[in-house]
Design a protein around this ligand. Structure first.
Ligand code: DP6
Length: 325
């Protein structure tokens, strides 16, 4: 028997240049600090949502394995929202694949939930707007709200959905994704940021400082001012990591290879190559630079001790549908 309906979508990771870390003290997964990100041309999630009258429950396959626990719960909560909105009684089979390592600090939940809401909206024929899809993605994982948009996007404090700051064509920079270690992270970002909020003595200062960095980053993107954006972006990531390192117990995502890359980026800058780093909830480093110097900087970083791979990514597209019945 063929499925009742199906849809397939794709969404790309986005990397925050100004970081989200911490939630408002109210239900719904609202960010406590503003963030600004770049949706990438690479690091893609492909998700198929198939409504099947024979299913007695939703089924979630992530990278070839049946998902369980919190990941599965978050997917099912999203599917229930669409079932409720459409009036459809059908459960769904969700098949999702990443062309990059999952849960390793490469923003797989961002592209994953953006792809999921896009495919489910088509499969259940709910016709939600992009802003409504961004809001739903945010409720599952706040960074995912930004992958609904192309290029440069932002998510304000307590906002329902992200908004586009500028399209991908606005500024053709390159983001080098410097992979420094393999394997999944030891603690998920949700748990780690809650722990930071509850126990870090620096958390209040982080929340107080974040809007200033966000404003500097936003103005720098609009003016295409790389040194200004770079300064705000490095301060944002270092302040975020310093805050989580001061949690109890400490949250440390940075690995020896991470620090080697940071020193190399600083050294390259001293030699006149404009490049700036950011790190997420993982050991990898993402380096922003001009397209004209990207190949040279990539070669320099590929030789750093502890670096396994350097992926060259550009500003990329919004979450999109590929197929639909
Ligand atoms: C370090 O969006 O994964 O990547 O809302 O709890 O799912 P939840 O958190 P998540 O956190 C991402 C944190 C970050 C910074 C960022 O993307 O802004």
């Amino acid at each position: 028997m063929s499925p009742v309906a199906f849809a397939e979508s794709q969404a790309n990771s986005n990397i925050a240049l100004i970081k989200y870390w911490g939630k408002l003290d109210r239900p719904g997964n609202y960010p406590a600090v503003p963030s600004l990100s770049l949706t990438l041309s690479d690091l893609t999630t492909t998700t198929r949502v198939e409504l099947d009258a024979r299913l007695k429950a939703d089924e979630v396959h992530l990278d070839g394995e049946l998902a369980a626990g919190r990941t599965r719960d978050r997917v099912i909560r999203i599917l229930e929202h669409f079932r409720h909105g459409s009036g459809s009684p059908h459960f769904a089979r969700v098949t999702t694949n990443n062309d990059f390592p999952t849960a390793a600090g490469l923003a797989s939940s961002a592209s994953g939930f953006a792809a999921l809401v896009t495919a489910a909206n088509a499969a259940y024929a709910t016709h939600l707007s992009r802003a409504e899809l961004s809001s739903l993605a945010r409720s599952a994982s706040a960074s995912a709200a930004r992958s609904l948009f192309e290029g440069w996007s932002m998510l304000a404090v307590g906002a329902d959905s992200a908004v586009e700051l500028a399209p991908a064509c606005h500024w053709q920079l390159v983001l080098l994704v410097v992979v420094t270690a393999t394997g999944k992270k030891s603690i998920g970002s949700t748990e780690a940021m809650n722990l930071t909020r509850e126990t870090s003595p620096f958390y209040g200062t982080w929340v107080e400082q974040a809007p200033r960095l966000f404003e500097a980053g936003r103005a720098a993107v609009l003016e295409r001012d790389l040194p200004r954006l770079g300064a705000a972006m490095e301060q944002s990531t270092l302040m975020m990591h310093a805050t989580m390192m001061s949690a109890n117990p400490a949250v440390i995502y940075l690995a020896p290879g991470t620090l080697n890359v940071l020193h190399q980026v600083t050294a390259l800058r001293a030699r006149g190559l404009a490049c700036y780093y950011t790190m997420d909830a993982g050991p990898h480093v993402k380096v922003l630079c001009e397209a004209t110097t990207a190949a040279r900087i990539r070669d320099e970083l590929a030789g750093v001790d502890g670096v396994r791979e350097v992926i060259l990514a550009h500003p990329g597209p919004a979450a999109r549908l590929r197929l639909q019945t």
